[in-house]
Write a protein that binds this ligand. Structure first.
Ligand code: AMP
Ligand code: MG
Length: 468
C-alpha cells in the first residue's frame, strides 16, 4: 500500500480526555532517513518502495498526518525506583493510531502535556539503540515492541553535550503500562480504571473479554507473561536498566529501551545504568522486580478484583518464572527439562561468575565444540569447567537444536557504540549491518565474525545513563 492510502484508527480517543492529550508532532529540522525496516513495513502492508521516499521521511517526522490519524500522547503514572510519581505520561512520544493491530508511535517528536521539564526529544544515540535492539529482541524470540524506522536530523539537542535529534517510529500491539492503571487508581477514578481494564482486555486478552471474572483472568495472564518475559531476559543475558512500573508493558512486552545492556561476561550483579547506585535494577534482581511491579499493579487493580484471589495469583509468579527459565536454559544446554538439571545449571552459573566468561560466546561454543579445550580456554582455570563438562556430557546434549537457540550474535553495547560513533559523523552503514545480524542472530554471517568473539577487554560492561 502507498502511504497516502493508509487509514489509521484511534480507538483510544473514545475515552474521556483524562486519558490522553491531542497534540501535533513538532517535526525536526533537516530530517533524513537513517534506516527503515522492511519486516515491519510488510506487517503494516506498506510498499517497500515507499520507505525510500521523501514522503516517508515526512511521515516519520510528523509532518504528514495520515488519514484517520489524530495524534495524541497518553497519560500514565508510575513507580520510579520504588517511589510513586503521580503523573508521567508520554513526554516525548506521540501516538499516531492503529494499523493492522499495530499501534504506531513516534518517539522524540516534541513536547506534550506530559513533558514536565523535558524537551520532548530523543537523541540519535538512544534512537539507534532502541531501533536496533527491539528488532534484535524479536529475533531472539523475546516479546517486545518493534520499530519501523529511525530518522536523523540536524537539530541540536542539549544533553551532557550537544547531540542531534532523531525520531524512531515504534510499533506495538499495546502501549498500555502498569503505570496507566496506577494513574487512575491513585486518583481514585475507579470508573475510568474499569474502562481502561475493558479496553486492555479487548486489545490484549480478547479471549477473556466477555468472561464474568475477566479482570482476575487478565491479571493472571499479565503475571504469567511478565514472569515469562523475565525468564527470557535472564536466559539471554539481557539487562533492561529501568524497570519502573511506567516501563512495564501490560501485554508482557519489552518496552522503552533506555540504558539496557547485554551481558558481556556473565555477572549476576551487573548494573547497566550508572544512576542506579544501589542496583535495584541489576541483572540478577530483574525477576524480583518483576514480582514487585506486579504487586503494585495488583494494588492498582484492587477496586476491580478480589484481593485474596489476586494475591493467590501473584504467588504463582515464582513458579511461572522458574518453569520458563528452567525450560529455556535446558534448551540452551540441549538437555531434557528434568528437574534434576537445575543443579547442573546453577553449578554452571557459579563457574561462569567466578571466571567472568562471555555469556553469549560460551553457549554458542558449547553448541558446536568437538574438543573440551575449545570450551575450557574460555575459562580462567580448566579444572572446574572440565568437571562440569564431564557431568554435562553424560546427559547426551542434543547439539543440533542448540545452535537454533544460542545466538552467534547479540548487540553488545560496544557494537552499538561503534555504530553510533560512525552515525554521529554521518556514516550510517553500520546501523544497517547491525540490523542484519540482529534480525538473523543464529546464522553464521562470516563477514561479522569479529562481533561473535568475546567483548574486547577495554570495552566490557560499558555503563550508560538515562539521559537519552
Ligand atoms: P523513561 O525513563 O525514558 O521511560 O522516561 C520516564 C518519563 O520521562 C516518561 O514519562 C517520559 O515520557 C519522560 N521523558 C523522558 N525523556 C524525556 C524528554 N526528553 N522530554 C520529555 N519527557 C521525557
Ligand atoms: Mg518510559
Amino acid at each position: 500500500m502507498k502511504l497516502e492510502n493508509i487509514k489509521l484508527k484511534t480507538d483510544y480517543l473514545n475515552f474521556d480526555e483524562e486519558f490522553f492529550h491531542k497534540v501535533k508532532p513538532m517535526p525536526l529540522k533537516g530530517a533524513f532517513l537513517i534506516s527503515a525496516n522492511a519486516e515491519i513495513a510488510k506487517l503494516l502492508n506498506i510498499d517497500i518502495d515507499e520507505l525510500s521516499s521523501k514522503e516517508f521521511v515526512e511521515f516519520v517526522n510528523g509532518n504528514t498526518i495520515l488519514e484517520g490519524s489524530e495524534p495524541f500522547a497518553m497519560c500514565y503514572a508510575g513507580h520510579q525506583f520504588g517511589y510513586y510519581v503521580p503523573r508521567l505520561g508520554d513526554g516525548r512520544a506521540i501516538n499516531l493510531g492503529e494499523l493492522n493491530g499495530w499501534h504506531l508511535q513516534l518517539k522524540g517528536s516534541g513536547l506534550t502535556r506530559y513533558s514536565r521539564e523535558g524537551d520532548g526529544r530523543a537523541v540519535l544515540r538512544s534512537s539507534i539503540r532502541e531501533y536496533l535492539m527491539s528488532e534484535a529482541m524479536h529475533a531472539l524470540g523475546v516479546p517486545t515492541t518493534r520499530a519501523l524506522a529511525v530518522i536523523g536530523s540536524n537539530e541540536n539537542i542539549a544533553r551532557e553535550r550537544w547531540e542531534k535529534g532523531a525520531i524512531v517510529l515504534r510499533v506495538s500491539s499495546s502501549w498500555i503500562r502498569f503505570g496507566t492503571f496506577e494513574y487512575f487508581y491513585y486518583k481514585k477514578r475507579y470508573e475510568k480504571l474499569e474502562q481502561l481494564a475493558d479496553y486492555v482486555l479487548k486489545q490484549s486478552f480478547s479471549e477473556y473479554a466477555d468472561k464474568e471474572n475477566r479482570y482476575i483472568l487478565m491479571y493472571e495472564e499479565i503475571v504469567k507473561r511478565t514472569a515469562h518475559l523475565m525468564a527470557y531476559w535472564q536466559s539471554i543475558g539481557f539487562s533492561h536498566g529501568v524497570m519502573n512500573t511506567d516501563n512495564m508493558s501490560i501485554a508482557g512486552l519489552t518496552i522503552d529501551y533506555g540504558p539496557y545492556s547485554f551481558l558481556d561476561d556473565y555477572d549476576f550483579d551487573f548494573i547497566c545504568n550508572h544512576t542506579d547506585v544501589e542496583g535495584r535494577y541489576s541483572f540478577g534482581n530483574q525477576p524480583n522486580i518483576g514480582y514487585w511491579n506486579l504487586s503494585m499493579l495488583l494494588k492498582a487493580l484492587s477496586p476491580l478484583i478480589n484481593m485474596d484471589k489476586g494475591k493467590e495469583i501473584l504467588e504463582k509468579y515464582p513458579a511461572y518464572f522458574t518453569q520458563k527459565f528452567h525450560s529455556l536454559m535446558c534448551a540452551k544446554l540441549g538437555i531434557s527439562e528434568s528437574k534434576e538439571h537445575s543443579k547442573l545449571i546453577q553449578w554452571l552459573f557459579n563457574i561462569m561468575q567466578n571466571d567472568a566468561v562471555d555469556y553469549t560466546l560460551f553457549f554458542r561454543t558449547l553448541s558446536e565444540y568437538n574438543d573440551r579445550s575449545e570450551i575450557s580456554k574460555l575459562f580462567i582455570s580448566d579444572k572446574r569447567i572440565v568437571e562440569w563438562l564431564e557431568e554435562y556430557e553424560k546427559e547426551l546434549p542434543y547439539k543440533e537444536g542448540m545452535k537454533r537457540v544460542n545466538p552467534k550474535y547479540v548487540l553488545k553495547n560496544y557494537m552499538l557504540q561503534e555504530a553510533i560513533e560512525k552515525a554521529e559523523i554521518g556514516d550510517y552503514s553500520l546501523v544497517d549491518s547491525l540490523l542484519k545480524i540482529a534480525q538473523d542472530p543464529y546464522e553464521e554471517h562470516a563477514e561479522f565474525n569479529s562481533y561473535a568473539k568475546a567483548t574486547p577487554h577495554q570495552l566490557k560492561a560499558l555503563k550508560l545513563s538515562c539521559s537519552s
